[in-house]
Design a protein. Structure first.
Length: 74
């Protein structure tokens, strides 16, 4: 048995980057919802913008997970 260390390292690197990106994107969504709650107390349009950004982050996370499942299945 021979292990292709370059391919293994490439898979590890891509997995690490994708994981960090997804966790960061989800974190931005949570922060956006938190900012939306604090901005709603003060009023104004920033609450709507924060909520929209948070939902966009969550939608991108869901799209990335769906694409990953698609790649596994197909």
């Amino acid at each position: 048995m021979k292990i292709d260390w370059a391919a293994l390292g490439s898979v590890f690197g891509v997995s690490l980057v994708a994981t960090v990106a997804l966790v960061g994107l989800f974190t931005l969504g949570v922060v956006g919802l938190t900012k939306q709650e604090s901005a709603a107390a003060g009023g104004g349009g920033s609450a709507v913008l924060a909520r929209t950004g948070a939902y966009a982050c969550f939608a991108l996370c869901a799209a990335a997970v769906t694409y990953g499942i698609y790649l596994i299945v197909v």
